[in-house]
Design a protein around this ligand. Structure first.
Ligand SMILES: C=CC1=C(C)c2cc3[nH]c(cc4nc(cc5[nH]c(cc1n2)c(C)c5CCC(=O)O)C(CCC(=O)O)=C4C)c(C)c3C=C
Ligand code: FE2
Length: 480
């Protein structure tokens, strides 16, 4: 059992939810509380070195995470109200003692999904662009979402198809995620937890809705939700969690089901160490490993996500890289490193620096050996197999880099899967019914703005309609 006296702590049984209309709810233990809120902006508290950030947006439950310099041992690192309260989930980890024996535990793995054949590409892209967390239109223009998705997916499909054709005619994501699900089941069993694992994809089969239906049919009594993205973004985990919450709102079974959502887990020791292992392995293949530039390439998001909507993605990515490098340094690997963002789509500005531009710069600066490390996703996919392995490799070699390597995705690496299993076991005791979490996704300010905007445009429309016969007459008169 560990004690918390000041800011940096491991894991407490309290989860704090912040916002304007917070309420307090006891979670069963004397020291536990959860303060729920409803703000649509992701509130970040970045003034301390240890950055706790609070998620309380539409589509998320709201755990406070602390990240970088913390002892990265647990997935849910939350703040205690009282410095004297000392409870951690460590007590429960091995024996899995905190859930009733008769509980039927389910684990829902959330992922993106990918087209399995070339014919799937356009409808897959349609689903992706129809997601309001991917193309964020102002509410007033939401009615344009689907026509726009149709247009963009039709235009993009030929380019995407070429990409999928070059990696064998489809995405490997479903197969790899199924393998991870099977491996997780075995790992959980080894830790004395029998659980059914479900895969819910956001944009292709098996859709999240299908997984949810199965969970209900199987009468699961406790659910842990684990997005397969180490870092949280509105566009990835956030979008999938929003789908889940919409279903939960409508369905009394899910409204009463104790659910625990692991929103990000890049800070876990097992993940960080597994990444460091992979990097060390690949470095050792170079003839002069110490001269290799470690090049982290993360999937980008449009800059507005971070700047305007408060997406914690960039902060988490930077923390994640810092933790991996810290781990490598502690093992005596002192290579230079850099982080850049790949895979931008469309005309808007995305997170910088861009991978392609940095590769050219590094070549020009005389870097001769480079190890690419994809860091925002744990399976091989089109952006590792095509974009990094083909496009970026070619660009790097053209730019003067002579020795190229790439770290494989974690996939079913056993230390990684075992750590995911620990994350599930640790999250289980905090499962609670989402229905009791008040006003998760209603922001009074936003609702007020929405109503006012509607009223404003509605009045203009009514005014014009009232005036229209007179206007028509006036126009006629002037034309005569
Ligand atoms: C953390 C990972 C990802 C983030 C963040 C992300 C944001 C994001 N993506 C698009 C547009 C596209 N993504 C596409 C494929 C794709 N995206 C991710 C991951 C993240 N996306 C993965 C793993 C994949 C590959 C799936 C596969 O089939 O292997 C695609 C389709 C492929 C293509 O045409 O390039 C698009 C389009 C946006 C707009 C966005 C943030 C707003
Ligand atoms: Fe993407």
């Amino acid at each position: 059992m560990e004690c918390v006296r000041s800011g940096v702590l491991d894991l407490q049984c309290s989860a704090e939810f912040s916002g304007k209309s917070g309420s307090t709810r006891s979670c069963g233990k004397a020291s536990c509380y959860a303060n729920f809120a409803g703000s649509t902006k992701y509130e970040q508290n970045l003034h301390s070195k240890v950055k706790p950030w609070v998620l309380s947006a539409s589509g998320t439950s709201s755990f406070v995470h602390r990240s970088p310099v913390l002892k990265h041992r647990h997935n849910l690192v939350v703040r205690s109200t009282s410095a004297d309260v000392c409870t951690t989930f460590d007590e429960n980890i091995n024996g899995v003692s905190s859930h009733a024996v008769e509980d039927k535990v389910g684990v829902l793995l959330l992922n993106l999904g990918g087209p399995e054949t070339l014919n799937d590409v356009q409808p897959f892209l349609f689903n992706l662009f129809a997601d309001p967390d991917i193309i964020r239109l102002p509410r007033l223009f939401r009615f344009l979402q689907r026509p726009l998705a149709k247009l963009i997916s039709t235009f993009r499909a030929p380019k995407s198809k070429e990409g999928y054709a070059s990696i064998g005619g489809g995405s490997p994501l479903r197969r790899i995620t199924d393998d991870q699900a099977n491996a997780l089941k075995v790992a959980l069993k080894k830790k004395n937890l029998e659980a059914d694992i479900y895969v819910g994809m956001r944009y292709w089969y098996p859709f999240t809705e299908e997984a949810i239906n199965q969970i209900k049919k199987d009468k699961i009594t406790k659910l842990v939700v684990l997005p397969l993205y180490p870092q949280y973004s509105i566009s990835t985990s956030g979008s999938s969690i929003r789908v889940l919450q919409n279903i939960v709102k409508e369905d009394p079974y899910f409204a009463g089901l104790p659910i625990s959502i692991i929103e990000s887990w890049y800070q876990r020791e097992g993940y960080v160490k597994s990444m460091a292992d992979l990097i060390e392995n690949e470095l050792s293949i170079f003839s002069t490993p110490e001269e290799v530039m470690i090049f982290f390439s993360a999937h980008g998001v449009p800059l507005t996500y971070v700047k305007d909507a408060g997406d914690p993605y960039r902060d988490q990515m930077e923390d994640c890289i810092a933790l991996i490098m810290e781990e490598l340094r502690s093992r005596g690997t002192l290579n230079d490193h850099t982080l850049a963002y790949q895979s931008r789509v469309g005309p808007v500005q995305w997170l910088k620096p861009y991978t392609d531009e940095v590769l050219v710069e590094l070549g020009q600066k005389g870097v001769k050996s480079l190890l690419a490390v994809p860091v925002s996703f744990v399976s091989e996919h089109i952006e590792t197999l095509e974009e990094i392995d083909m496009e970026y490799k070619e660009l790097a070699l053209e730019s003067g880099i002579e020795n190229w390597g790439r770290v494989p995705a974690l996939g079913c690496t056993s230390s990684f899967i075992s750590d995911l299993a620990d994350a599930v076991v640790e999250a289980l005791p905090s499962a609670s019914a989402i229905a009791t979490r008040k006003a998760i996704d209603t922001d009074p300010d936003m609702d007020m703005m929405h109503s006012l905007t509607k009223m404003f445009f509605g009045s203009i429309l009514a005014f014009l309609l009232l005036l229209s016969p007179r206007l028509i007459l006036a126009v006629r008169n002037t034309l005569r």
